[in-house]
Design a protein around this ligand. Structure first.
Ligand code: ZN
Length: 385
């Protein structure tokens, strides 16, 4: 018995020393951070009282790390560690926007319409700790005088299915990450055939086709054509049981932009046309979630005065109010977005993934408002704030 425990102890000691030797032989102490005794949301589930070990720009290990590490040690007792967030609908016009996002723990933003030349310059900042990673649609597809052309910058347009091939090829040449299409009948808008051709061309180019809609019938139309995502929820009417069944058969995700939509309703004041009540809007989101459709968080800044950073917390509060569990709400701004947009090595806390992390003083699973209790942010293992 004694002999056995001695052997076990020796084994444990030698394991610990192997691990420590392995770590110390490869890297210098300043590249190492160990966050101990912390609650972790890894993108899928909660792990209580565990440790996360960061080596260089990556997560090296999670679990009960043996021994001590010759590096930065952070006591995570009472704290909550989660992946950095993703805002899946923005329009960023300057590096300042990307900095505002990063300072709020939003280390990835998906731009949904802008000027490709500027966007590609801003993408050069992706490896800087100060700025959020920037993903772009380039110019969104719209018709002359359609939604998206009113902002005073030159926008390429199209009107027929025959033009879709060149439109998508131009976006691919501009290094876009996905293709954005606008269907917005309050102005002139793309017809159904052209939308279908754009989606087909985007898929041929191995790009997601994500679509702006504001009406339920348009949402059903674009999903019928194979759209990968809706970048807003509809404003005009409620889903029927038949609609839900139709949506369940489609493979897509939705960025409801709840905060944006409610602000838009408010700014319209007296009803100029029919739109949903807040209760009905939140109900639509709950129904989509219950139908198994991934919900992805996005806020559409700078529209309606929304900021690039902390206003994403408002969106998360609204998703919580809509009836998603707080764990599901956290997924909407992390793993759901990373999976949906096929972002590699981000959106999760996993070994081998980038150390893009947020440490909070309180648990947002217990209370979603704790998402604002930021203690520290890391981008690729370096402190942002
Ligand atoms: Zn937008």
């Amino acid at each position: 018995m004694e002999r056995l425990s001695l052997i076990t102890m020796r084994l444990q000691l030698s394991l610990a020393s192997i691990i420590l030797c392995f770590f110390s032989s490869l890297i210098t102490a300043q590249d190492l951070t160990l966050i101990k005794n912390v609650t972790v949301f890894d993108g899928e589930r909660i792990m209580e009282n565990t440790s996360v070990f960061i080596e260089g720009n990556k997560i090296k290990a999670i679990g009960n790390i043996l021994g001590d590490v010759d590096g930065r040690l952070i006591d995570g007792t009472g704290k909550f560690l989660m992946p950095a967030m993703i805002n899946a609908h923005v329009h960023a016009w300057s590096p300042e926007s990307l900095k505002e996002a990063a300072d709020a723990g939003v280390l990835n933003v998906m731009d949904m319409h802008g000027i490709e030349r500027f966007q590609n310059q801003m993408k050069q900042l992706n490896d800087s700790t100060k700025y959020a990673n920037y993903y772009i649609a380039g110019a969104a597809a719209t018709v002359p005088e359609g939604h998206g052309t009113q902002y005073g910058f030159p926008t390429p347009t199209l009107t027929t299915p025959e033009e879709a091939k060149k439109f998508v090829a131009d976006r691919v040449a501009a290094n876009v990450d996905y293709v954005k299409i606008i269907v917005e009948p309050w102005k002139k808008t793309l017809n159904s055939e052209t939308v279908e051709a754009l989606i087909t061309e985007a898929h041929k180019a191995d790009k997601l086709a994500v679509v702006h809609v504001s009406r339920l019938d348009d949402a059903l139309m674009v999903l019928n054509h194979g759209a990968d995502a809706l970048v807003h929820i509809w404003w005009d009417k409620e889903l029927s049981a038949q609609d839900i069944e139709a949506l369940k058969r489609r493979d897509f995700f939705i960025i409801p932009t709840t905060l944006t939509t409610l602000k838009a309703f408010k700014s319209m004041g007296e009803k100029s046309w029919e739109y949903l009540s807040k209760e009905a809007l939140l109900n639509q989101i709950r129904m989509l979630h219950e139908a198994g459709i991934p919900i992805v968080a996005g806020t559409d800044p700078p529209n309606l005065g929304i900021n690039y950073g902390t206003d994403l917390y408002e969106e998360l509060r609204l998703l919580s109010e809509a009836g998603l569990s707080n764990l599901e709400v956290l997924k909407s701004a992390t793993s759901n977005a990373a999976i949906s947009f096929k972002i590699a090595k981000r959106g999760f806390v996993k070994p081998g993934y980038l150390a893009d992390l947020i440490l909070l003083d309180g648990s947002p699973v217990e209370n979603i408002n704790n998402i604002a209790s930021i203690n520290r942010i890391w981008k690729q293992g370096k402190i942002v704030k």
